[in-house]
Write a protein that binds this ligand. Sequence first.
Ligand SMILES: Nc1nc2c(ncn2[C@@H]2O[C@H](COP(=O)(O)OP(=O)(O)OP(=O)(O)O)[C@@H](O)[C@H]2O)c(=O)[nH]1
Ligand SMILES: [Mg+2]
Length: 357
Amino acid sequence: MSIDIGITGLAKSGKTTVFNALTRGKADIESPDPHIGIAKVPEPRLQMLANMLHPKQVVPAEARYIDIGAPLKAISGQLLTELSNVDAVINVVRAFTDESIPHTEGSLDVDRDIATTNLELAFSDLAIIERRLGRIETSLKGAKPPERQGLLREQELLMKVKADLEKDVPIRELKLTTGEARTIANYQFLTAKPLLIVVNIGEEQLPQAESLENELNSHYSRPKCRLIALCGKLEMELTQLDNSAAEGFRAEFGMKVSGLDRTIKLSYELLGLISFFSIASGEVKAWSIQDGSDAVIAAGKIHSDMERGFIRAEVIGYDDLMKCGSLAEARKKGLLRLEGKNYIVKDGDVITFLFNV
Ligand SMILES: Nc1nc2c(ncn2[C@@H]2O[C@H](COP(=O)(O)OP(=O)(O)OP(=O)(O)O)[C@@H](O)[C@H]2O)c(=O)[nH]1
Ligand SMILES: [Mg+2]
């Protein structure tokens, strides 16, 4: 199961351009259909491991990006379900100027457009809440005491969330108890998801990218929300080049790091994900997992058989392995640890699972 990230934003903000850049895809920007693509998660440690272990195959972790392709306020049914299922949302906001592409809102205004999309996300959640409150009202009429209690509790929670949404406070910023969070999670509300704002600047704004980003960040530092400025069009063009040519262009434009790598990395941080590595049958693979997950969950990432038949995990931290220079040396030094089901996987762990089926 990969990580799914939905791309939204106002019309003509550059959603499909950013999608193409992230997934190195060639989706037709004219097509209004949803686009789904895979991005490889940048992880420098994977290459370092490959250099040491000389595997037949090196397989990075993947993230799935979904460009819904339609304005948020117009989506319903299958498209809305698709968006509701994602783990995080990217809001692409237009900052580039181009006379030939009229701005849907008539003028360029990054702050206004961020607010507009936030409002649309909130409207979608409010519609779900209204419907559910209506149904609770009906159910309460014939409900017996135990069921009644549950319904009343849910009603109270939804009213509270609704009041906050109406005050422009997204669900991701609410302080909820574990029980409340579990109830809320069932609804897959859009404003409950981590949000990454991608400010899509023009090529000519690249020299100011950093200062623009810093300035916007100073008033958008909110919980579970990040902001990045990049030039979607240039990033998309760079993906068509080979790595060294792309590096050359980046240097020329004064871009220290790839905007795409930063975007993927920020989505990772937002989602609280860490990487672990598996080495087996000539393959070195990177995997993404929620920070705090145990060894069984990690095994399940790789294969459900490994999760079901989990026996033990043989673990070494990335740094320890690099210091040893080889697995054999690490084994000799006794640095390969055997861990059980409850072991909490750490970022950079190199793991071999022992299992039977
Ligand atoms: N100059 C410039 N043009 C851009 C940039 N990013 C996107 N565009 C152009 O803006 C237009 C809209 O980009 P898309 O990626 O199709 O935007 P979208 O949000 O997917 O549009 P819809 O799906 O139609 O709502 C295209 O003609 C792009 O080439 C940019 O950074 N600079
Ligand atoms: Mg599009």
